[in-house]
Design a protein around this ligand. Structure first.
Ligand code: PEP
Ligand code: CO
Length: 469
């Protein structure tokens, strides 16, 4: 049988476990090594969650983003919980991402790749290894894949059985997503059913209404043309991603497949390295450099152009377009200082980088009452600034990465729906980072769509300063 052309070659000094010889940070300390080995052995025998051809398809689509032909929309929870593995929450997240993508298609006039932070986002980096409450110190909660959020020693002790549960919950989630997509979301094609009442409170209300009407018209036109529902003629692709933090888990799902070269991480399509674990000589970069999936690296304000170049060399030595995404998360206050030198250095060296803006993680703040939140306006500012900076540097913004949910939680402040600081306590559910709710996420998509359509953003009475766009 014909062998696929090799794109990314496996480095000769790499193996799925070669990361184990490197310093690994943010790893859980399991008290029972035998139980861990047994769980990983079981995990390594279970069938994969995604396939190599889906991964190759995504990489191809991401390479089109680097050429300006597509746009990447990535979003989901900061951290998934086992309890949220239920139909309403999963369908809600899929729906918001699909709706946002239709809005973005309208403005960008490009196809949009949809990637969920879903079906595997169960391990989290923490700033401290331990947490102290009332004089008691216990290991930090590191995500449902590792330990439990309750504050007792049995709950906080890393439990290898949770690795299998995480895999199973991921499988249940992806199974339901595939079924929903296969069936087509009927109301997705009828924007008149979308919950857009909040739009009336926006200064762009009329424009949004026109945009949504025109999405409906385009979909109806395609349906008429094809004589059947759009889901049947243009089945949407949907991909999964998670932070590849727990390297034992990732290694257990790293496989070779018939007729293709290289090693695939088959637990997700698009794993990423977090800001805390992107050290050039660390275990995470070692693991990621050898897998053939498209990968992303989160980069924050401390990254230098030399470091970014070294990461690009280590992770994408063949400069394959679509292989490497830099998900930058500098914060609205830092992006003008941090992004231009990086974008210029990488462009000068001819590096094929997909620039994806995560406007969430650099804009986190704590209110006077100790609640972690993010402001809609700062998120939007970072997006707009990134769009302009990258364009001025001779490249372009290829995608966006949000923490969001399909429910109307009150975790972030602002937006036309008017969530205030006082509202945060009303429906604040996240155990980790605050997410845009349904209305805020839709509004963000409408604003981004305007931006990509070339509409100047007007000065808004509730924004600190006029945007330069
Ligand atoms: C995250 O994406 O939830 C996260 C922890 O981000 P970062 O690695 O950018 O801090
Ligand atoms: Co987060």
């Amino acid at each position: 049988m014909k062998t696929e052309p090799r794109t990314a070659m496996t480095p000769p000094d790499w193996a799925p476990d070669s990361w184990q010889k490197k310093p690994a940070i943010q790893m859980a300390a399991y008290p029972d090594a035998d139980a861990l080995r047994t769980a990983l052995g079981q995990l390594a025998r279970l069938p994969p969650l995604v396939t190599s051809w889906e991964i190759e398809n995504l990489k191809q689509q991401l390479s089109e983003v680097t050429r300006g032909q597509r746009f990447l929309l990535q979003g989901g929870d900061c951290s998934e919980n086992f309890d949220d593995c239920e139909s309403g929450a999963i369908a809600g997240k899929l729906k918001i991402l699909l709706q946002m993508s239709l809005v973005l298609v309208q403005g960008a006039k490009k196809r949009v790749i949809r990637v969920g932070r879903i079906a595997g986002q169960y391990a989290k980096p923490r700033s401290a290894d331990t947490e102290t409450r009332g004089g008691i110190t216990l290991p930090s909660y590191r995500g449902d894949m590792i330990n439990r959020a309750g504050f007792s020693l049995p709950e906080r002790t890393p439990d290898p059985a949770l690795l299998l549960r995480a895999y199973e919950r991921s499988a249940l989630t992806i199974n339901f997503i595939r079924a929903l997509i296969e069936g087509g979301f009927a109301d997705l094609h009828h924007p008149e059913y979308w919950e857009l009442g909040f739009v009336a409170h926006s200064q762009h209300a009329a424009e949004y209404t026109r945009m949504v009407e025109s999405i409906g018209e385009s979909l109806r036109f395609m349906e008429t043309l094809a004589g059947r529902v759009v889901a049947d003629i243009n089945r949407v692709d949907f991909f999964t991603s998670h932070e590849g933090l727990h390297l034992d888990y990732e290694q257990a799902q790293t496989r070779q497949v018939p007729h293709r070269a290289g090693w695939y991480n088959l637990s997700t399509h698009f794993p990423w390295i977090g800001e805390r674990t992107r050290g050039l000589h660390g275990a995470h970069v070692e693991y990621f450099r050898g897998i053939v999936n498209p990968i992303a690296v989160k980069i924050g304000p401390t990254v230098t152009p030399d470091e970014a170049l070294a990461l690009a060399e280590a992770l994408n030595p063949q400069n394959e377009p679509g292989r490497l995404t830099f998900t930058h998360r500098f914060g609205a206050a830092n992006v003008e200082k941090c992004l231009p030198p990086l974008a210029e250095a990488l462009r000068r060296q001819g590096k094929a980088i997909l620039w994806c803006c995560d406007p969430m993680h650099g804009n986190t703040e704590t209110t006077r009452n100790g609640i972690k939140t993010r402001r809609f306006d700062k998120i939007l500012d970072e997006l707009e600034l990134s769009y302009r900076i990258l364009r001025d540097c001779g490249t372009h913004l290829g995608g966006v990465h949000f923490e969001l949910t399909g429910d109307n939680v009150t975790e972030c402040i602002g937006g036309a729906s008017g969530v205030t600081e006082a509202d945060l306590a009303r429906d604040y559910r996240t155990q980790l980072d605050p997410r845009l709710n349904y209305e805020q996420a839709m509004e963000m998509a409408l604003l981004l769509s305007r931006l990509m359509a070339g509409h100047p953003q007007k000065e808004s009475p509730n924004r600190g300063h006029p945007s330069s766009l």
